[in-house]
Design a protein around this ligand. Sequence first.
Ligand code: ZN
Length: 511
Amino acid sequence: MIIGNEQIADFNDPKKVVRSNTNLIVFPAKAILSKAEQTIVIKWNYPINIGSQIRTGAVDESSFFIAYSFPRIAVYDDINGWDTWSYKGTQEFYNDFGDFEVEINVPQNNVVWATGELQNAAENLSGVVLDKLKQAKSTHNNIHIIDSTDYRKNNVFAANPTGNWRFKALNVTDFAFALSDHYLWDASSVLVDSVTGRRSMVHTAYNKTHRDYFEVQEIANKSVELMSHVYPKVPFPYPQITIIDGTDQMEYPMMVNDNPTHSRKDAVQLTTHEIFHTYFPFYMGINETQYAWMDEGWATIGESVLSPIMGEPEDDGIYSRVRYERISGTDEDMPLIVNTKSYDGFAYVTNSYGKSALCYHILQDMLGDKLFFKALHQYMNDWNGKHPIPYDFFYSFNAAAGKNLNWFWKAWFFDWVYPDLAIKKVADIKGESVITIENKGGLPVPIYLTITLENGKEVQKYYSAEVWANNDKEFLVKDKFGSKITKVVLVDIYTPDKFRQNNQWVVELDK
Ligand SMILES: [Zn+2]
């Protein structure tokens, strides 16, 4: 290792180098001061794992997805100082932004896909492939860059390919790449910014035996379009993204490593989820190690919002709602603010994915679309690339929405509460019906009521979670229906509820 003019050769000298799990702590002779520039040269090697993939490794005999393959400088931030958390496979990552110029040398019969734009395509790829790539740049239709016959027909590579592939990526938090000597390659592009006319390229590279992958290109293209224009309604920030047929379900800047799936539904939900991570964590620079819900929660609600538009709704309304209901109120149901590093198992999965996704959904339900997107966009614009922490998210939303939502943050993020509404009482007072809804669990959730009347009519009533803003335990629904109530049901597939037995009142049972 060379730092400036200093050569560090003895890695056993504890005054110079300390090893701590996946951290290597180095003490250079001369301090590198804030805002100073320093060249650091590191020689290293990286054994490729086979058959033991945790998000990286050999996919088959001659296809590979390579991530976490280079030493990187830990983040130093103004909250925690150095981030020295070791990567052990469960918690995800916290990375800083950087520009990458990477050269990858592989045997000449391989195609390489990576984070960043390919700088020397003509050195390796045939004129036919280059023409098709050019075509894909201006159409959302799927162009088969390499189809199943092209390798056999020698259509893929330039006459004398160098096997040297150069990529450039600006302002990204990580770099990953993939290679194969037999993967098919689809590509197209999407208009991501209607104002500037900017388009992003979408690529898919896959094994021809994985039939679900025949549709992934179209799904990925649609996902990027919907993210740019529907949810979160922010132009896709990268010039391209590539979905690689791999062994895992994992996101990287401009790259996705997705296993093949058994159904279109799974392919849609998985593809859109992993691409959604472009915004959280990457665009924002989230510390996923400590606040997984600031990342996965958004990818989960993104998946739940966008998949139905592609014809594949989630079974439980929102992914993981049922799982959250199962553990809510138990000692594994920890307040969201608890540091992700402090737990794993069900607690990890629930908080990171389902519970936080439900929270974001209920927040949108309460604010309404206009105010919700105003707040979301202000948060994303103000904190893009700046490593926001939970309080930055809370305060951004308070400021943009022009509302003090602290009661909502407190209940959803800090309190030991759970979702359980109950219909406590239905009464008739001087011709006016009064329905008493009790918030037994304490979590602010909306009220969706279906009221059946004696005259056969059905009335729907809706109140947002805001009805719990004053910490009341009960909420009264009062109305003159002109007919007696025979049945009241609390119903909504998007609203979690631990005990559904108390969500219904029927007149006969009350006699
Ligand atoms: Zn995810």
